[in-house]
Design a protein around this ligand. Structure first.
Ligand code: NAD
Length: 268
């Protein structure tokens, strides 16, 4: 019988969070640091990365300006992290953008940007941070996909396509790198209140109507997503590879309750 330990076994582990200067990435960085991890907060927005760094327990993290669409910027960040914190154990691919628009006349620049940040950067960051993991025979990749990977939201440009790609990329990495000891898993958040979508939620009535559509009757917070990331980043999930964890309060399983029916007669 193995003896259980408290915590996630992340104490002292070096974890990289892309897009860690805001929203879900910030919540993930804070949660990892609270478990004793040494966190590298990467963001194109350096002020945001520094804001997150100031929120971390323990003070052993670093904040770095990094554009995940630029391979040389990622490589520079990787060198700085290895020099200052040590070998990277965990990569969280979280940076993301959305450019709304109808596919009929979507500017190709918007398509390319969303694919570059949300999808291609996940591959390039995995290549850069994953190479030493494969050499050591140990590492964890956690990709922040979305319920949008499986469900269409019309007029959101390339966003859903990019997230469908992230989910498949995660599974392909799991198969290709599993034999090298590197696990790859994805988290699929649902409706989460962050700066990316703040304007929408702050429109009167929207938050309440969205909460009503979720079986748990609330919109999610970055900390809700972070809990799933902690598990997938930690040795506690050492036999979990190529998996997806939905963090949506049950939202995507609620479709059948939208079917119009006669007034309910049984217990509710
Ligand atoms: N908010 C939601 O409801 C929701 C739902 C499902 C999935 N997600 C995903 O969660 C992730 C985080 O989203 P969020 O809601 O916290 O958004 P956010 O806008 O609050 O944070 C995204 C961060 O990514 C950074 N970023 C953008 N482009 C970058 C680049 N080229 N290089 C480096 N950093 C860059 C931004 O500066 C920002 O700090 C995204 O991948 C998003 O698609 C969000």
């Amino acid at each position: 019988m193995s003896s259980r330990t408290d915590g996630y076994g992340l104490d002292g582990r070096v974890c990289v969070v892309t897009g860690g200067g805001s929203g879900i990435g910030q919540g993930i960085a804070v949660a990892l640091a609270a478990e004793g991890a040494r966190v590298a907060v990467l963001d194109r927005n350096e002020a945001g990365a520094n804001e997150t760094l100031a929120m971390l327990d323990g003070g052993s993290g670093i904040a770095l300006a990094c554009d995940v669409t630029d391979r040389s910027s990622i490589e520079a960040a990787a060198n700085a992290i290895t020099a200052r914190l040590g070998e990277v154990d965990v990569l969280v691919n979280n940076a993301g953008v959305i450019r709304a628009g109808a596919l009929a006349d979507l500017p190709i620049e918007d398509w390319n940007l969303v694919i570059a940040v949300n999808l291609t950067a996940c591959l390039v960051c995995s290549q850069v941070f994953g190479a030493p993991m494969r050499e050591r025979g140990e590492g964890a990749l956690v990709h922040i996909s979305s319920i949008s990977a499986d469900y269409v939201t019309p007029f959101t440009g390339a966003y859903d396509v990019s997230k469908a790609g992230v989910s498949m990329l995660s599974r392909q990495l799991a198969v290709e790198w599993g034999p090298k000891g590197v696990r790859s898993n994805a988290v699929l958040p649902g409706l989460i209140y962050t700066p990316m979508v703040k304007a929408m939620y702050d429109t009167p009535g929207v938050s309440e109507r969205r909460a009503a559509a979720v079986p748990l009757r609330r919109v999610g917070q970055p900390a809700d997503v972070a809990e799933a990331v902690l598990f997938l980043a930690s040795p506690r999930s050492s036999y979990v590879n190529g998996a997806e964890i939905l963090v949506d309060g049950g939202f995507t399983n609620n479709v059948m309750s939208l079917i119009p029916r006669p007034a309910p007669s049984g217990p509710r």
